[in-house]
Design a protein around this ligand. Structure first.
Ligand SMILES: [Zn+2]
Length: 194
């Protein structure tokens, strides 16, 4: 007596067997306890695989699960700290006090986590020129950074740094100066006033 092949057994459960074959198998199953048991186990197993009506988990539970996998905010995103490291107006170098070496330009160095900003402010009160350079700390691209200078009571001045991180702003009214520097592509922003 030929037992029912497991592959045929599966087809049998899924009703994919031709009529003549099915009749032969069903006849065998009535005579063979082993195949009957196997057929029943396949039936149980395959019916368990049938698609069931899935229901969504409660919203609260889903939100809790999402919260578990949310990454903490990256340190380098958003605003970064900036502090004035040097300002010739506030901390005049000894040599600048010497006759003949006094320069009219104001030198400012601002330090941030990602880069230093060297500023040189020259010219008359109402028509100043600011020449500056962003000096990266480590491997950070300071080219094509968006520079925004706001002086209270005046329209914002906009420019971009060149490939060396340098930029120049002309016709700058007298300060205080509020700088907002945005680095592409990270979008990191640094804000400081001098
Ligand atoms: Zn059998």
């Amino acid at each position: 007596m030929r037992h029912v092949d497991p592959a045929v057994m599966i087809d049998l459960v899924e009703q994919k067997v031709r009529k003549s074959e099915r009749e032969r198998c069903q006849q065998h199953l009535t005579d063979c306890e082993g195949c009957t048991a196997e057929h029943e186990s396949w039936w149980t197993f395959l019916s368990g695989l049938a698609p069931s009506n899935l229901t969504d988990a409660p919203t609260e539970l889903l939100n809790e699960c999402i919260a578990i996998y949310q990454k903490p905010e990256q340190q380098l995103s958003g605003f970064q700290k900036a502090c004035v490291l040097f300002d010739s107006f506030l901390q005049p170098l000894a040599v600048t006090g010497l006759r003949g070496t006094m320069t009219e330009a104001r030198q400012v160095v601002v330090g941030t986590d990602a880069f230093d900003v060297h500023l040189k402010v020259s010219g008359k009160e109402s028509n100043q020129t600011i020449m500056a350079q962003l000096l990266p700390k480590g491997y950070i691209d300071v080219a094509d950074a968006e520079i925004q200078l706001r002086v209270p009571g005046h329209a914002a001045l906009l420019t971009r740094s060149n490939e060396f991180g340098q930029f120049t702003l002309k016709a700058v009214p007298s300060g205080p100066f509020f700088f907002l520097i945005t680095l592409p592509p990270s979008g990191n922003m640094v804000q400081f006033s001098v």
